[in-house]
Design a protein around this ligand. Structure first.
Ligand SMILES: Nc1ncnc2c1ncn2[C@@H]1O[C@H](COP(=O)(O)OP(=O)(O)O)[C@@H](O)[C@H]1O
Ligand SMILES: O=C(CO)[C@H](O)[C@H](O)COP(=O)(O)O
Length: 551
């Protein structure tokens, strides 16, 4: 393609903590501007209850951060450059659903529910619906239904039906007011194209297939099944959807109202949204055989494969296989760890407890800010041996293999001589062992993994973690250059929706980023890790047994 004129698209990535808006040149993938905005209510810890695994986000946080991030990005562009923006696409975390009224408005935007966490978006990592996930799994098993064959065999408390059922069962006031539900990625798209009516809005194939048990053979689960779980759940079905859309579809155009609020040109194409990790994989130029790992607070592991290669196989123990969830025309697979960087953040919090009575000030902040860096510096100097401390990374449950949010983490091999950097090193190794479990599980299930690409915050800011991962996996890990790979993937889909490219594979060809660095495994360490990995698996077994004692 010859650059005849400047043309830009905008990818908007809603992560766990912040919204990022990335403006990209459609002809060469140059990332010309970026804006970031942290969710203000979330930052203050509002509507969350960490001890009970409750994580909620207010829709106003999303709207305000979107406006701020886009305006920040646009402030680096000249007027004629802004006028050359021709497409937009969202990616968000998922499953992050909210209950809505008949106009598709999240109930928390209704003055009656403005402070009710159950009326807000229920963040992917909220595990308040563990009981409801169990109910769903039990009913599917009892009725011998097929709903989970493309979902890895287990329905998770991180997914939409568990979360909606939980609110219906525990908060009748919100439940009675609910007409339907939306995923975050679909609501953002519907909002800016002026189509949030639950029955009419465009629903993402990616979110529906991986999180809502949607499959083209049966659409969503039946009204009979849903009603058995809760009458209101069945009553919602007619207000949901039967059709889903891949992100190369144009969901509509930017309305005058939102063009004005966001400072973007009216009428530009808006693509159907998707889950962040899946768009990140596209931004990392995923092809069959390349495992893209999005490594941040948690991990998502994404693969794609040709339909002919998969045929009618159902892969067990992962977070689903969905036709077109990543690249239209290919089958997308998702797996992951429910906590990764969050485990390091937890350890930092544990150590910082001793500072709680110290008044806030420059010195205290310096210690807190430097904690992970200092732990890393000392941990890096420790050589692992077969007698090292071994930890288990299930501090936020287990996503893959075989989702189970009731399992817990563990640390074994502590002595009076164990010090903080040694424990930190064991936690880093535990996250790497958890990753190895996933890679081995995917391979055992017949999925091809020829190489590993890494994106996400940790791949950039934690070389020690990345080296440990390469040593444990005994595979090179290539770090993708873009700082905003999820937003870049969304921008690629925006370019397709705007008609610049016929499909996303061609968009990847012109807009793709390259590899900035590679971590190669060290043979000597890998041998030690082989031994420690076996201990990790033993610890995992023990933890499963302890869980069954508690159950
Ligand atoms: N120096 C560090 N070493 C290891 N982990 C780090 C370091 N700095 C931050 N982290 C971890 O990175 C995670 C944030 O990752 P990031 O990709 O930026 O966020 P998100 O997953 O929300 O997109 C946090 O969980 C934090 O504990
Ligand atoms: O579960 C997910 C996808 O299925 C989440 O979207 C994802 O793990 C969010 O992670 P991050 O905080 O790194 O954006």
């Amino acid at each position: 393609m010859i650059e005849s004129d400047k043309k830009y698209v905008i990818g908007i990535d809603f992560g766990t903590d912040s919204c990022r808006a990335l403006i990209v040149n459609v002809y060469n993938g140059d990332e010309v501007a970026v804006g970031v905005s942290f969710y203000s209510r979330w930052k203050e810890g509002l509507y969350c209850d960490v001890r009970n695994n409750q994580y909620r986000q207010h829709p106003l946080d999303y709207i305000e951060s979107m406006e701020e991030a886009i305006h920040a990005a646009l402030s680096d562009l000249a007027g004629e450059e802004i006028a050359s923006i021709c497409g937009l696409c969202f990616d968000t975390t998922g499953s992050t659903p909210a209950l809505v009224d008949c106009d598709g408005i999240p109930l928390a935007l209704n003055p009656a529910f403005v402070e009710d966490p159950d009326a807000m978006f229920i963040l992917w990592k909220d595990h308040t619906a563990v009981h409801e996930a169990k109910q769903i799994n039990t009913l599917i098993k009892e009725r011998h239904l097929d709903y989970l064959i493309y979902e890895g065999g287990t329905y998770s408390s991180e997914w939409v039906w568990s979360k909606v059922l939980h609110v219906l069962q525990t908060n009748p006031k919100v439940g009675d007011a609910a007409y339907s539900w939306v995923e975050h990625c679909d609501w953002m798209t519907g909002l800016v194209v002026g189509n949030t009516v639950p029955e009419k809005m465009y629903r993402s194939r990616c979110a529906a297939g991986h999180k809502a048990m949607w499959h083209e053979q049966w659409s969503l689960p039946s009204e009979k099944f849903l009603s058995e779980l809760h009458p209101k759940l069945g009553a919602m079905l007619p207000h949901l959807y039967t059709k889903t859309y891949t992100s190369d579809t144009k969901a509509g155009v930017l309305t005058a109202e939102w063009a004005d609020k966001l400072g973007l040109p009216e009428g530009i194409a808006v693509a159907v949204g998707a889950i962040d990790a899946h768009m990140g994989a596209v931004g990392a130029s995923i092809t069959p055989g390349v495992l893209v790992r999005i490594i941040g607070t948690s991990t998502c592991d994404i693969l794609v494969a040709d339909k002919k290669e998969i045929e009618d196989r159902c892969i067990e123990g992962i977070c689903g296989q969905v036709d077109g969830s990543v690249i239209p025309g290919l089958v997308g697979f998702e797996a992951g760890q429910s906590a990764f960087g969050d485990i390091y953040a937890w350890f930092k919090e544990v150590l910082a407890w001793g500072l709680k009575s110290v008044p806030d000030g420059e010195m205290k902040q310096k210690i807190l800010d430097g904690m992970l860096v200092e732990l890393t510096r000392e941990a890096e100097a420790i050589e692992p041996t077969h007698r090292s401390i071994v930890a288990l990374d299930w501090l936020n449950g287990r996503r893959t293999p075989d989702a189970d949010q009731n399992v817990t983490g563990a640390i074994a091999g502590l002595t009076l001589g164990s010090h903080a950097p040694e424990i930190f090193r064991a936690l880093v190794e535990a996250t790497a062992f958890g990753s190895r479990c996933i890679v081995e599980h995917m391979k055992e299930q017949g999925l091809r993994i020829d190489s590993v690409h890494a994106i996400g915050g940790i791949s950039k800011k934690a070389p020690f973690v990345m080296q440990t991962l390469a040593d444990v996996l005994n595979m090179p890990i290539r770090v993708v250059r873009s700082e905003q790979t999820c937003a870049l993937g969304a921008a690629m889909f925006a370019a397709v929706a705007a008609g610049i490219y016929p499909d996303v594979s061609e968009a990847i060809q012109y807009m793709g980023t390259d590899i900035e660095s590679e971590y190669r495994p060290e043979e000597k360490r890998h041998i030690v890790y082989e031994n420690l990995y076996k201990k990790y698996l033993e610890l995992a077994k023990l933890s499963e047994n302890i869980k069954s004692i508690h159950d």
